[in-house]
Ligand binder design. Structure first.
Ligand code: MRU
Length: 378
């Protein structure tokens, strides 16, 4: 394992914002990721030449969002294999970089299994590395395809759930192309509605404390030419009360076998509000986000993040790369902060879960398991 921190920065050419790509360079292959901590102010790439650099990018949220974490994890294992680092050790490091999004461990495991199978088949290290990279590329492609199918299923569901002309959709966190091989999950549905001329408004929760909504979703909505409005998370209640929300669309980091949904902190209060105001609460996520091995929501490990993300403000969001003590304090010195990155919404508050295989509604353990087994017919 190389011990140097091997990331460097270069400007992104204007107009092109790839969230992640594999690049063959004369000095060896690299994984190039868009540094999401710097958006929307700057489009900057981070070049990872080894696994510790990628793990650091994941922990500090340069690379984030469930599907992208899976893709990054798979390419990370490929990077280790191709560059001759210890694949098992690299896979462990990557799989544990963040605990909640199951896609990360899924992507890592798929790439690692491809590598180990190649070795069992008595292929040499070069061919095993090539097989690992091919698996990462396959996962990347599959995610793009899943994204397109989720958009299609989600738009069909919205049309059923929301009678009349256009939809006013509230979303939380960031679920677009920045986190996916395609157009994302919940945001891809909003994008499909927009292209169909049916998105009246996208309400974008700023998503405290790291502002994934304000910095990233608003950035993607603006690039797509959507009619969007940003709101503070705690303005959502009055927005529901004034009848301005037709549906909530969010993504997920892990869906337990009972249909409990872990997603960015603040999702659960939206589900409660949606239920009170009789508004559909729809979760859009690929099947790779469903973890049938986790029986219930209470078994999902929720990542707890550093308190300084809450007690300080910085230009680069605190915790997203900034060191403690470098931001402007917004709380008394030494204040304790409760800072879970995610919360868990129970299945009874979820109107529907949309995957690439179809839609489950109402959300039941059996329905979810069936959906995971393969595409719905008809
Ligand atoms: O902490 P983050 O920014 O990685 O959290 C991301 C989310 O909670 C997203 O809503 C989730 O990963 C779904 S992305 C399609």
């Amino acid at each position: 394992m190389a011990d140097q921190f091997a990331a460097s920065m270069a400007s992104v050419e204007p107009g092109s914002v790839p969230s992640l790509r594999w690049e063959e360079r004369p000095e060896g292959p690299v994984l190039v990721v868009l540094d999401q901590r710097r958006l929307p102010a700057e489009e900057v790439q981070l070049v990872c030449t080894d696994v510790p650099a990628l793990v650091d990018a994941i922990r500090t949220l340069a690379v984030r969002g469930a599907p992208l974490l899976g893709i990054a994890g798979a390419y990370g294992v490929a990077l280790a294999a191709v560059r001759g680092f210890d694949v098992a050790e690299s896979a462990e490091l990557l799989a544990h970089a963040r605990p909640t999004a199951v896609n990360l461990a899924y992507g890592v495991q798929r790439a690692r299994a491809a590598y180990e199978k190649a070795l069992r088949d008595r292929l040499g290290p070069g061919q095993a590395a090539a097989a690992t990279l091919a698996e990462a590329r396959a996962l990347h492609r599959e995610d793009a395809e899943a994204s397109a199918r989720m958009a299609e299923h989600g738009l069909g569901l919205l049309a059923e759930l929301v009678p009349g002309g256009g939809f006013r959709v509230l979303t939380h966190c960031n679920t677009g192309a920045l986190v996916s091989g395609g157009e994302g999950t919940a945001f891809a549905v909003a994008g499909a509605a927009h292209r169909a001329g049916r998105l009246r408004r996208l309400w974008v929760d700023e998503t405290r404390p790291l502002l994934q909504g304000a910095r990233l979703t608003a950035y993607e909505a603006a690039r797509a030419g959507m009619a969007y409005t940003l709101l503070t998370d705690n303005a959502a209640g009055s927005l529901f009360a004034s009848g301005e929300v037709d549906a909530v669309l969010i993504g997920a980091d892990r869906i337990a076998a009972d249909g409990s949904v872990a997603n960015k902190v603040g999702s659960y209060p939206l589900a409660v509000l949606a239920r009170y105001h009789h508004v559909p609460f729809v979760v859009v996520a690929p099947v790779s986000t469903v973890d049938l091995a986790t029986a219930t929501g209470s078994a999902i490990e929720v990542e707890q993040r550093a308190g300084h993300e809450v007690t300080e403000f910085t230009v680069v969001p605190p915790g997203a790369g900034a060191e403690p003590g470098t931001g402007v304090p917004v709380a008394p010195l030494g204040a304790q902060a409760y800072n879970p990155a995610f919360d868990v919404t129970p299945p009874e508050l979820v109107t529907a879960i949309v995957t690439e295989n179809g839609v489950v509604s109402p959300v039941t353990r059996a329905g979810l398991a069936e959906l995971c087994a393969g595409p719905q017919q008809g």
